[in-house]
Design a protein around this ligand. Structure first.
Ligand code: ADP
Length: 276
């Protein structure tokens, strides 16, 4: 399997889940099999105990796991049934590690965030790949880069990048390009900052997805490209759409699917360009 990791910067709720699901859809259209999972940085073991007023309704997988509602987006976009492997929370990871510690599985070692928590996170990614036998596992890291809570997840995906071939791991970072009220000027600085924050954790993103109210001009893309060391063709805009199922089409118009295929050395398994 190959791995795509989606991180988010600047603010939450900018469409990481929709972006991940859209990428899954585009790859499936090229005949590539896809499995999706989401890492959530909270300490609840699953969202089943959280108020739906705060977090939305849970999504229940076929094997009975109560999961984040993003999994519903994933299933509807990629048309695959997901499992309990698709939603891993910090609470679940810690619970599993502490159970092992009580059983004596660590054989007298000091149990630590690195490597024990990070190993458990990496196992969740590799297990998903093994069980699903998918060509690509897409993993969304919940939360925003810079949060204390998501650090072990980011460290784990950094390690996955280090232990695999370069073309087998792709990082995608979604950020917000805000507009200054009044002048309507679009600002790229928050994107530059969150790129740097990720870099300081050892993760160099390959693709940047921008959410903004206005059109991100070529000039702005060139600026982001210069500061963030990502080619202009890998800077993609997630336009505001009325209907979220348009997002993969918008990505396709910007050739994001072709870029990912080339970068990850994937071969299309369908004759013509992905049809809808
Ligand atoms: P995140 O995973 O970053 O928290 P989600 O993917 O859950 O964000 O998206 C948050 C909300 O924004 C959802 O209600 C989704 O429908 C909406 N959304 C995401 N992308 C777009 C877009 N390109 N245009 C309009 N709405 C979007």
């Amino acid at each position: 399997s190959k791995f795509i990791f989606i991180t988010g910067g600047v603010v939450s709720g900018i469409g990481k889940g929709i972006s991940g699901a859209s990428i899954g859809r585009m790859l499936k259209d090229r005949g590539i099999s896809v499995f999706m999972q989401k890492f959530d940085p909270y300490l609840n073991i699953d969202p089943g105990t959280m108020s739906p007023y705060q977090h939305g309704e849970v999504f229940v997988t076929k094997d009975g796991a109560e999961t984040d509602l993003d999994l519903g987006h994933y299933e509807r976009f990629i048309n695959e049934e997901l499992t309990q492997r698709s939603n891993i929370t910090t609470g679940k990871v810690y619970n599993d590690v502490i159970k092992k510690e009580r059983r004596g599985d660590y054989n007298g070692k000091t149990v630590q965030v690195i490597p024990h928590i990070t190993d458990e996170i990496k196992k969740a990614v590799y297990k998903a790949a093994e069980e699903s036998q998918a060509d690509i596992v897409i993993t969304e890291i919940g939360g925003t880069v810079g949060d204390i809570e998501s650090l072990p997840f980011l460290e784990a995906i950094r390690q996955i990048h280090a232990e695999n071939e370069k073309e087998d791991v792709l990082f995608i970072h979604t950020t917000l390009v805000p507009t200054i009220p009044g002048s309507n000027e679009l600002k790229t600085k928050p994107t530059q900052h969150s790129y740097k924050e990720l870099m300081s954790l050892g993760i160099k993103t390959n693709v940047i997805i921008l959410r903004s109210e206005g059109i991100v001009t070529d000039e702005l893309k060139e600026k982001i490209s210069l500061f963030c060391d990502v080619p202009v063709e890998a800077i993609i805009q997630s336009f505001n759409v009325d209907f979220i199922y348009e997002v993969p089409l918008k990505f396709q118009e910007q050739n994001l699917d072709k870029y990912i295929m080339r970068k990850m050395k994937l071969k299309s398994k369908v004759e013509e360009d992905g049809k809808w």
